[in-house]
Write a protein that binds this ligand. Structure first.
Ligand SMILES: Nc1ncnc2c1ncn2[C@@H]1O[C@H](COP(=O)(O)OP(=O)(O)OP(=O)(O)O)[C@@H](O)[C@H]1O
Length: 320
């Protein structure tokens, strides 16, 4: 488990992280989302031991990583948002180099990186020059290299930005496979739709603080429970309104053309019982549905500022 408590980072007078708290459970595929400038890269660099903090702790495996950046680097595999240039290195030389950084060489290193290259679909590129690989292949190579020392947590900063849709899809499939094999993965993006279909858990960062965190399904269930019930009645509308007015779970009632819109604070069983009450009161009901919410709407409510509307649409942003 990785636990961040009361993390602060100040650049000059600017408070980029302002008391960040976050918990990443073992085996999670955790999506770290926030608008541009929210502090995602700053957080990730601190987690990866590449940047100092101005307060707080990053507990991993029960120890505070900030007190021992070297230990943090061993426990974390980091895929940055850019890929450095490696002139005149083949894929196998590149992997050998990173293996040697973790004191692996010879057959041990070769076995390890061959297995990793197989995992990311680059097993047939051992003798290719890194420079000549496509952007998607470079990204997968970077992923293999970040796993060379078998880290507890894999951290990726905006890994799919700049990839075409097919390459993005393939990359996400690799991440899902890694998570299913037990790896804890932490991935950042400013495009929520990228993460909501991939991750098990999500944390929403805004202005250096986490404004929402939890299991994606739980969050969506909560969002839906606070959405209105939309009821269409074919006849006996007055009778339907009488039933609704006297129901303890009904908070507000508003009328749209042929629909009754009800703020209803009850669970699935309460909903079913309300429907039964309407039928018993001889109301002919031809529509009874909870309006569905989305993570996007939650995100907008929590971070709403005009300039962040781009978060809702990757297509709009990438011009696809
Ligand atoms: N070295 C630095 N010096 C001064 N300010 C910085 C520095 N690095 C980041 N910042 C500021 O700190 C804030 C958080 O930056 P950070 O890069 O962590 O955000 P982010 O969420 O990763 O943004 P993006 O999605 O645009 O990459 C921003 O306002 C940024 O301008």
């Amino acid at each position: 488990m990785l636990e961040i408590r009361d993390l602060h980072k100040v650049y000059g007078k600017y408070h980029a992280l302002n008391g960040l708290n976050m918990t990443v459970r073992d085996g999670a595929l955790y999506g770290f989302v926030g608008p541009n400038g929210a502090g995602k890269t700053t957080t990730i660099k601190i987690m990866a031991g590449l940047l100092g903090a101005d307060g707080g702790s990053v507990m991993i495996g029960g120890e505070d990583g900030l007190a021992s950046p070297a230990r943090l680097k061993k426990m974390i595999g980091y895929v940055p948002d850019f890929f450095g240039v490696y002139d005149n290195l083949t894929v196998s030389e590149y992997m050998e180099f990173f293996a040697s950084c973790y004191n692996m060489d010879g057959l041990v290193a070769r076995k390890r990186y061959t297995a990793l290259l197989e995992q990311v679909g680059l097993e047939d590129r051992l003798d290719f020059y890194v420079d000549g690989l496509s952007r998607g292949m470079k990204q997968r190579l970077c992923l293999a290299r970040a796993l060379i020392h078998d880290p507890e947590i894999l951290i990726l900063d905006e890994p799919t930005s700049g990839l075409d849709p097919r390459t993005r899809f393939e990359f996400k499939e690799i991440l899902k496979d890694l998570q299913e094999s037990g790896r804890t993965i932490f991935i950042s993006s400013h495009v929520l739709s990228e993460l909501s279909e991939l991750c098990t858990d999500i944390g929403i960062l805004d202005q250096g603080r986490l404004v929402l965190e939890g299991n994606i399904q739980d969050i969506l269930t909560r969002v839906n429970a606070s959405n209105p019930l939309v009821i269409s009645v074919y006849s006996n509308r007055e009778q339907a309104l009488n039933v609704l007015k006297s129901h303890p779970c009904v908070q507000t009632i508003s009328l749209r053309e042929n629909e009754i819109c009800v703020r209803f604070m009850g669970d699935k069983q309460d909903e079913a019982m309300l429907l039964q009450q309407l039928i018993d009161a001889e109301v002919l009901v031809n529509g009874f549905v909870r309006e569905t919410g989305s993570l996007e709407s939650v995100f907008m409510q929590l971070t709403e500022r005009e300039e962040e509307r781009s978060v809702l649409s990757y297509e709009a942003e990438s011009g696809l």
